[in-house]
Design a protein around this ligand. Structure first.
Ligand code: AMP
Ligand code: MG
Length: 492
């Protein structure tokens, strides 16, 4: 019987692209979470996944018919330093499946044991970071941000050794593909131009099957598309206060999806230099550096494509520079459009940027929570000037009252009813994001007491992040002073 209909294509590429390797079985697998809605979308049999055989498949203890498990080869720049061989050191791609809308997805197990890419690592993942990735990726999806998704969490019944012994877990990750900038770097560094070309052709066929016509330079086009999609992605992260935390080139997907939720976090009070990751000591991947870093990553991608773009190096470099020069423009456009929408502005006027920036400045100076500040702006009373939440939070009332005055003036140029404006604002300013202190609490409950009720509550809430729910205020509030979490860890 075929339980999952695999339709593999990546494993048909030559064997330089991967290592054929089975996931390593775990001692006592237990299903912690299954994403029913996602399994329906992927045309998977929910009942099978919940069955004993389904669990064995999600744990990596059993390889299903049609699956051809492989660990993908890739390289990457980690914190700016090139590592010629990284690869799936703790993950295997089980294969590809086709969703009900015809889209193709990778189904991958993460935390599934050693591969030839494991280097010093144990090939495993602690359950805590698996839970974090599941929740945050699903939250991103429901916020409308391109992302890999999470189908299941299995606990392994085994401990993994980090600073202490921690229960292990396996995540089933779904992605449009697992091709990274680092995959291109892998072949570029080896000067294997044939494989580089095969990879680029594969990526184009997979992600842009109908976008390019035959006579254009398709390698220039995939560069242009990636520059645009990544500019859009990072601008959307910033609009919800998201900090990826480890934007190495191996964690930048060509699909334009957010990938690899390690030490990521949503910030509470606004600070442009905010960093959570324990290892990011110099703030390379801070909140407001993300645009610049993405451009840096894209310049590496462009360099890898250069032999394909043209045989003439000079010509290739000119095309690359012209393409990369567009990033800043795209980024600014997406950023402005996102933040305009957050302030209820559909039209565009020259004073808008200043208005957005001065709001952010007030949040910064007065240590105000990013998510609730924007959400509560859309809750201001009809006149926009009555004693609202922002004013009540702020220490310097004059600056916010002045700002509200300027905003009100600007909003009046929209020539739409205030009800209408507020309704639109509520569609882009979430009530709920998975806040760090709550994630930590969830992980603690899960890991120490095998309790998952808080996790399930949050997962339920983030399905509709823009709709306020009764009796769920706790999930919308910033941490109290004793709940603040300052650092995140990636659990590698
Ligand atoms: P990440 O920080 O998760 O993006 O991982 C960077 C690289 O380290 C990738 O090649 C991973 O496969 C590898 N890696 C991370 N954690 C482990 C582990 N526990 N065992 C083996 N390889 C790992
Ligand atoms: Mg990674």
């Amino acid at each position: 019987m075929v339980n999952i209909k695999f339709d593999n294509t990546y494993s048909k590429l030559s064997n330089q692209f991967y290592e054929e390797i089975k996931p390593q079985p775990v001692k006592k697998p237990k299903l912690i979470k299954l994403n029913k809605k996602l399994s329906e979308y992927l045309d998977l049999d929910d009942n099978f996944l919940k069955s004993k055989d389904g669990l064995l498949a999600l744990a990596g203890n059993k390889v299903l018919r049609g699956s051809k498990p492989i660990a993908l080869a890739y390289a990457g720049h980690q914190f700016g330093n090139f590592v010629p061989q990284l690869g799936d050191g703790r993950a295997v791609l089980l294969g590809e499946i086709i969703a009900i809308d015809g889209k193709r997805y990778d189904i991958q197990l993460k935390g599934s044991g050693k591969t030839s890419f494991s280097r010093q690592g144990d090939g495993r993942a602690p359950l805590g970071p698996v839970i974090r990735e599941y929740i945050v990726s699903e939250a991103m999806y429901h916020l409308g941000i391109p992302t890999t998704r999470s189908l299941a969490i299995v606990s392994s019944g085994e401990n993994v050794e980090r600073e202490s012994f921690l229960p292990g877990g396996i995540l089933t990750r779904i992605a449009s593909s697992h091709i990274r900038i680092g995959t291109f770097e892998y072949f570029f560094a080896k000067n294997d131009i044939t494989s580089l070309k095969n990879l680029a052709d594969y990526a184009i066929k997979r992600h842009y099957p109908d976008s390019f016509n035959n006579d254009e330079n398709i390698y220039k086009s995939i560069l242009a598309k990636t520059i645009k999609s990544q500019a859009s992605l990072v601008a959307s992260w910033m609009s919800v206060g998201f900090i990826h935390g480890v934007m190495n080139t191996d964690n930048t997907a060509i699909s334009g999806e957010t990938i690899d939720y390690g030490p990521c976090a949503f910030m509470d009070h606004f600070h442009p230099q905010k960093v959570f990751s324990y290892i990011d000591t110099r703030g390379r991947y801070s909140y407001s550096n993300q645009g610049q870093i993405m451009l840096w990553n894209l310049s590496i991608f462009a360099q890898c494509l250069s032999p394909l773009i043209s045989n003439n190096e000079k010509k290739s470099q000119t095309i690359i520079i012209d393409s990369l020069n567009l990033f800043a423009e795209f980024f600014e456009e997406y950023w402005m459009s996102n933040f305009r929408m957050k302030l209820g502005m559909k039209k565009s006027f020259p004073e808008d940027k200043k208005l957005i920036q001065s709001f952010l400045e007030i949040l910064l100076k007065q240590n105000i929570d990013f998510t609730s500040a924007f959400r509560n702006l859309s809750n201001t009373k009809d006149s926009f000037k009555e004693g609202d939440y922002i004013i009540s939070l702020s220490k310097n009332k004059t600056s916010i009252v002045n700002w509200l005055g300027a905003w009100k003036k600007r909003i009046s140029k929209e020539i739409r009813s205030i009800e209408n404006i507020k309704k639109d604002m509520k569609k882009v300013n979430p009530v709920y994001v998975p806040r760090n202190h709550i994630l930590e609490k969830i992980i603690k409950e899960a890991v120490e007491n095998e309790k998952f009720s808080l996790m399930n509550d949050l997962l339920d809430i983030i399905k509709n992040p823009f709709i306020e729910k009764k009796n769920k205020k706790y999930f919308s509030l910033p941490p109290s002073s004793n709940e603040i979490v300052r650092n995140t860890f990636c659990g590698t």
